[in-house]
Design a protein around this ligand. Sequence first.
Ligand SMILES: Cc1ncc(COP(=O)(O)O)c(C=O)c1O
Length: 404
Amino acid sequence: MGHDRGTLASLGADTRAVHAGERAEPNPVIPTTTPIYQTSSFSYRSTDELDRVFDDNSAGYVYTRYGNPTIRALEQAVATLEGTEDAVAFPSGMAAIAAALMAIASGGDTVLASQDVYGATFALIQNELRRFGVTGQFVNVLDLADLERTARERKPAAILVETISNPLLRVADIPAIATIARNAGATLIVDNTFATPVLVNPAALGADLVIHSTTKYLGGHGDVTGGVIATNANAGRRLREQAKLNGAVAGPFDAWLTLRGIKTLPLRMRHQCASAATIADWLARHGLIERVYYPGMSAPLPEGQFHDGRGGAMVSFEIRDAGREEVFAFLDALQLCVPATTLGDVYSLVLYPAMSSHRALTPEQRASIGISESLVRLSVGIENVEDIMNDLDQALEACHRIPA
Ligand SMILES: Cc1ncc(COP(=O)(O)O)c(C=O)c1O
């Protein structure tokens, strides 16, 4: 299918322009890093060969919606990090969550989810799945007795929890929840975005599907949107077949960026977690801080769940005597930390849940799940920790100087 220069030379200029340089025979050299296969389809020397690949996807690639070498490389990297047989990439974290729920729940089923899952996950279950006859029920997964009772009564098709919740950074006891899910015949889906595979491997603790918004720590640089599900070979096949049909397929360039980000994930996490622990300790002693939320700080981390006992790189805190106006003044005074609606980047990022992630709730509803008007969420970046603390310190001073 490749055109040598001799054959092309005898053809018209328009033909040469469109075919020159394309479809060269595979070169025996092996690139050191995975190239970006920015192509929507793949051609073969013979139709016989193409026919074989159509039969068995694993033998090659036909069309990028079915599979692509760059996307496959990312999937293999995530499966390796999560210790699963397979992984399937998606164009966003939400696409991965939607695919997982669609693969498991049918009309008449119940999905049991943590009451403090990410807002879009909550809305997806509550509003969208409901239209297909799937009932969402939300529980406090820290209350294992209530979770067990609800699961026994409702027999949900799936239980969905986050390893570390947003924004109060509550830690789910995954082995205990896995036992509850198994006894109820439910598939356990764990969103491991906040913890990353560097801290926790939910599949080893009994999760069936492990999801990441790779937009966050795995990508790590704030320049790509993506998602992934790490799981066993059977579920991987099912999810891939489904993705072929609903078209929720990651782009090769985004997959490549994510793969590139993953190379430094453990280094970044090590640094960011160490800085977050330092910042959490410092904030807890700061006169202008009411309360600090950091995994492992007020209650021990669940036994054997976190590698090396690191509690993550997110810290949430309440500013003393602050309401919306003071928090706005704090955010506006920051010079280094970036107010932005994301997390997990190399940059330190701050978010005001009452204004962004939990904006749709009333102050009373927010209060009922523990989110106060003075709560700020910090995603600790890779900057020097002293610079981050100095920036927070001067912004805290500035917000307390605003006239009453
Ligand atoms: C825990 C968690 N899961 C899933 C998502 C959704 O990911 P995405 O924005 O890549 O769709 C987010 C986004 O903030 C998140 O925080």
